[in-house]
Design a protein around this ligand. Structure first.
Ligand SMILES: Nc1ncnc2c1ncn2[C@@H]1O[C@H](COP(=O)(O)OP(=O)(O)O)[C@@H](O)[C@H]1O
Ligand SMILES: Nc1ccn([C@@H]2O[C@H](COP(=O)(O)OP(=O)(O)O)[C@@H](O)[C@H]2O)c(=O)n1
Length: 230
């Protein structure tokens, strides 16, 4: 069967990685969470004092250090899931916290950060057979992807999902803070100059606000089967 490239973009916390990961597993493709890469760069900048208390980023210093920064994914044999590594250290849990979430969109708006990560993402997808999720996959990273999906749901539904997820992990969470973060990131991501979040003209839109995880997977598998049959 021919291998294709699948791009899943959309707003924060709407289930992109859930559906991308499940599809990849079902069809034996590689899954790449590009948000984790921007989150790892953000953690690096935070740890190295490149983000001022007012949120301003020291771009010159980050630019200098970008070459020393290595983001990788490694399989956790126990869970069967890929985890994010920053310069050899497993940072999977730390990058999901509120502090990283509150700075990541500012870091992701920086041109040289995007250039470096997009290059790496394109290398990962060179041989197709990949499901990648993010904000600019269908528009910038793989404009020729055979299947592009743009996912949406209301901000309240998305914040509730993230809230439930954090609670489930036993992490202290505040609904209003999460909703605020989701809305703020949507705004910054859609209004930045470089590669703003937008639906690619040839992407299929999916509002999954009323869908269960199983229903959205079924929808995606059907779209996949249509494309590989073409
Ligand atoms: N259709 C759905 N209904 C309810 N919860 C969902 C649905 N899709 C995803 N979720 C949950 O919502 C949360 C955010 O999903 P995630 O895949 O991490 O979003 P994204 O990758 O878009 O940020 C996760 O806890 C996930 O389990
Ligand atoms: N391809 C991508 C992926 C993420 N990002 C940025 O990284 C942030 C975190 O992405 P994410 O996918 O982990 O976010 P969630 O929707 O999972 O909360 C986003 O809010 C964007 O600012 C991006 O700019 N481009």
């Amino acid at each position: 069967m021919k291998k294709i490239t699948i791009a899943i973009d959309g707003f924060s916390s709407c289930g992109k990685s859930t559906m991308a990961k499940m599809l990849a597993k079902e069809v034996g493709y590689i899954y790449v969470d590009t948000g984790a890469m921007y989150r790892a760069v953000t953690l690096f900048a935070m740890r190295n004092g490149m983000i001022a208390p007012n949120g301003e980023v020291n771009r010159d210093e980050l630019k200098q250090k970008m070459q020393t920064l290595r983001v990788e994914f490694k399989l956790n044999e126990q869970t069967g899931r890929a985890e994010t590594y920053l310069n050899g250290e497993n940072v999977e849990n730390e990058i999901r916290g509120m502090e990283v979430s509150s700075h990541v969109s500012a870091i992701a708006a920086i041109d040289f950060v995007r250039t470096a990560l997009v290059e790496q993402q394109q290398r990962m997808g060179r041989d197709k057979g990949i499901v990648m999720d993010g904000r600019d996959i269908g528009t910038v990273v793989f404009p020729d992807a055979e299947l592009k999906v743009f996912v949406t749901a209301s901000a309240e539904i998305r914040a509730q999902r993230r809230f439930d997820e954090l609670k489930g992990k036993g992490v202290e969470a505040n609904f209003d803070e999460i909703l605020n973060n989701v809305q703020q990131r949507d705004y910054i991501d859609s209004h930045r100059e470089v590669s703003p979040l937008r639906k690619a003209d040839d992407a299929i839109e999916l509002d999954n606000g009323e869908l269960t995880i199983a229903q959205q997977l079924q929808w995606l598998v059907e779209r996949f089967e249509e494309r590989v049959a073409q």
